[in-house]
Design a protein around this ligand. Structure first.
Ligand SMILES: [Zn+2]
Length: 165
């Protein structure tokens, strides 16, 4: 028997920065600051990520490119690697992503790549916490409750459970 199932999710969209709550606004500013520190001489697309931990600490990351392209890292994974390395027991509760081109903050909010979605999913799985995802563009901000919306049917630790003899 074939069953057709639907996956849908809702998210919030804001036009004006003033519409965001103070915590989210603070995270947007931190992500924009981080983007300005990116090392992106090849793509010229600078991305910043800011992760808020349960304690209130904000950790920043930026994309760091490399002449050997696969050696580069995205801002989201840069920030999460830092938070896990330095604050392993302080769980991330939100991540904001912002991007810049030569002429400033991009109008459209950036969206995490597939690799970063997988890493955010792993962090939700590791900590048992949902991570609020804030995608910040110049005149549009999108807020999503959890990575499950951006990575449904995800591969995670449950898939690795095997029955050993
Ligand atoms: Zn990425």
């Amino acid at each position: 028997m074939i069953e057709t199932k639907n996956i849908s999710f809702s998210y919030q969209e804001f036009e004006l920065p003033e519409e965001l709550n103070p915590d989210d606004s603070e995270l947007v500013l931190a992500a924009r600051e981080a983007a300005s520190n990116a090392y992106a001489p090849y793509s010229k697309f600078r991305v910043g990520a800011a992760v808020r931990l349960e304690s209130g600490i904000i950790v920043r990351g930026a994309n760091v490119e490399n002449a050997a392209f696969p050696s580069g890292i995205c801002a989201e994974r840069s920030a999460l690697s830092y938070s896990i390395s330095n604050h392993p027991d302080d769980k991330p509760i939100a991540i904001c992503i912002a991007s810049m081109r030569k002429d400033g903050i991009t109008y459209e909010p950036p969206s995490p790549c597939g690799n970063c979605r997988q890493v955010i999913a792993e962090e939700e799985s590791r900590t048992g916490n949902k991570i609020r995802i804030i995608l910040s563009g110049k005149n549009k901000t999108i807020i999503i409750d959890s990575i499950i919306c951006l990575l449904p049917l995800q591969f995670n630790k449950e898939n690795l459970k095997v029955n050993l003899p």
